[in-house]
Design a protein around this ligand. Sequence first.
Ligand code: ARG
Length: 456
Amino acid sequence: MWHGRFSKDPSARLRAYGESVSFDRRLALHDIAGSKAHAAALRKAGLITTKELKAIHRGLDAIAREIRVGKFKWREELEDVHMNIEAALTKKIGAPGAKVHTARSRNDQVATDLRLWMRDETKALIGSVRVLQKALVALAVRSGDAVMPGYTHLQRAQPVLAAHHLLAYVEMLDRDVGRLADAAKRSDVLPLGSGALAGSTIALDRSLIARQLGFSSVSQNSMDAVSDRDFACEFLSACAITGMHLSRLCEDTILWASSEFGFLKLSDAHTTGSSLMPQKKNPDIAELARGKTGRLYGNLLSLLTTLKGLPLSYNRDLQEDKEPVFDSADTLGASLEILAEMFAAAKWDRKRMGDAAADALLVATDWADYLVRKKLPFREAHEVVGKLVALSVKRGITLREVSLQDLKAASRLFGADALRCLDAKRSLAARTAEGAPSPKRVAARLAFWRKRLAKS
Ligand code: ARG
């Protein structure tokens, strides 16, 4: 494509080192859409005839069909997806094909393709996040009114509804949808028309191209447009944060599926055995998803590092943007899908949850609140109950077994009703503030999510 100035072919090593068609062929259909819109603008500018435009569109459509059915012959020596398609078009339709690259550079072309691709990909990923949210809501519904210990420092802290714990992840995933949608919005700007870096002496109607491709606006600085990959960083960042959420969800799941917790049973279809230990049932999906989060972080760091210190405008370094972006989209998409499937088939062990939630220490704070209601300052109440906990530990009894006499000795504000206080269900029912886990609040939030997700 540039042989005019050169007297030697590129070395075989350069070809192999520099080619990107092995991975950027994923942009092919968006590249074709971009070329069709560009050709329409060439027609409007009077640079090609209507007949030529039709030939170009027909040729590109035929190439798209060949690509879809896997018949297109990709050639590494043509370096990238753009030159492969352009060469195939010219081969197919002759002279008009050679006019398509008028007033265009691969620099504005590749930026356009990637933005178009990302717009579609974020839509698909958002769909997959929604499917996982639905699976979590369904699992929350299946937990009914089951109570489990809530943890801080991974130590039993206070009782919560299992549904409340799961809905925490539904909230997180909703913020992820927002971030992915933001990344899509940021990529919704047309770079085409920026040329290699300084536009072209042949000015095309850029808003026509933008309209045809569904972009909401056109870039306002040609040098920025060909070198900007902020949108890709934002996409990778959204993927990394979503991955972080999945890894936390997976960690909880791994704990819940362990014999120590035993709260959740994963289906045989979503666990693996050990080749050595016949008793093992391992939560590999959750472990893999947790592990793959490392890749999602790496991809973000990889692109940020590639971009760091790059002078304006286009530099070939920018070709390194695509593999991390593709990998994050694939990795996150696959994790979301398989986790949704895994949670859809998971079953609660209500007995194990109930046994764990029966631990009276979980509601020790309620005794302090009891004393506070009787006007004891909280700090003092905290100390009184702390001493009662120490007493129960020393005697090897549970808090519920501490006698009324001992209670009264600790604080004369205690009455017989204090003993009824140590009940997880009662404790939960009293947690009525917005965002707190009273069964009423949780049911309302569940209903909210079911309605909201039914629409997506
Ligand atoms: N394959 C290139 C990339 O992905 C396309 C742009 C190449 N431009 C150039 N001047 N060599 O960035």
